[in-house]
Design a protein around this ligand. Structure first.
Ligand code: D54
Ligand code: ZN
Length: 275
């Protein structure tokens, strides 16, 4: 497992492009036949990618850095299918997942296996520490309610679906959903916000290989950009905005961990205040 240390806003002022990418961009989560994981000390979030091929399931590893008897001994996890369709077997119980569907796995699960469907499947993983056990549950993209956000005139028409949250699948601390941009819309989360009580990670997907998202990060008055390709993730510290504009429409998994689970606990920033 790769380990990343936390950063602070003063460091960001001096980061060049390579340093920005080393600290905040996770480029290589999905490699055929592997489960890859990255621990960030920001709220001890672990990001991961499992990429099984048909007939060759993959098992969730137990990285040494966790010093656990199993990955989920003291943790909970969200799994979102970002490419293909497949199933996840949790201690013998099989959960079928379609494109963009979400599985929550509660603390204490021991054996987790990722099975591809008819083709290579990409399961995105997001995990944080958990102080209570909640039931494992599935939320489907087509079945959860969604909020219609944005306007055509600002190129940010999008549907926001919440999977793991106070009124949905319950968890100890993680809050997870998917936002999908409409054709012709490119901006997410503009005007932007911060929430100093939570770390947030974005995993951009459904973006054609030849396109990119220009992701904005940093304090509102000291912003930087990171150029992101399909199926890459960005770690957004509690003090950072997280917003982006694509050269094409796309979808992204947003996932948070920290002090509270209040989705509306955001400090909004007016576009005119950005620097
Ligand atoms: O804290 C919450 C997250 O930033 C997402 O809700 C933002 C988002 O999906 C959007 O506006 O499209
Ligand atoms: Zn946010």
């Amino acid at each position: 497992m790769e380990v990343r240390h936390h950063t602070n806003p003063a460091q960001l002022r001096g980061f060049d492009t390579a340093q920005l990418r080393e600290n905040y961009l996770v480029e290589d989560l999905f490699r055929t036949g592997e489960v890859r994981t990255v621990l960030t000390h920001a709220d001890r979030v672990v990001l991961g990618g499992a990429a099984p091929v048909p007939g060759q399931p993959l098992t969730l590893p137990n990285p040494d850095q966790l010093r656990s008897t199993s990955f989920l001994e003291r943790r909970e996890m969200a799994v979102v299918v970002v490419s293909g369709a497949g199933s996840v077997v949790v201690d013998g119980d099989k959960h079928e997942l379609g494109h963009r569907d979400c599985l929550y796995i509660g603390r204490g699960a021991v054996d987790v296996q990722f099975h591809a469907g008819d083709s290579e499947t990409h399961f995105y993983l997001f995990s944080a520490t958990s102080h209570a056990s909640y039931p494992t549950a599935v939320a489907r993209f087509d079945e959860v309610e969604f909020a219609e956000l944005g306007e055509q005139s600002t190129a940010n028409v999008r549907e926001l679906r919440k999977y793991i949250h106070a009124d949905g699948i319950r968890s100890s601390q993680i809050v997870v959903g998917v936002t999908k941009l409409a054709d012709g819309s490119v901006w997410n989360t503009m005007p932007p916000h911060t929430h100093d009580r939570r770390t947030e990670c974005y995993l951009y997907f459904d973006l054609p290989a030849e396109h990119r998202v220009v992701h904005l990060c940093g304090e509102p008055q000291e912003t930087r950009d990171i150029i992101v390709a399909n199926e890459q993730a960005v770690v957004s510290p509690s003090w950072s905005i997280h917003s982006g504009a694509g050269t094409h429409s796309y979808a992204f998994v947003w996932a948070m961990a920290g002090e509270n689970q209040a989705f509306t606990d955001m400090d909004q920033v007016a576009v005119t205040e950005l620097r």
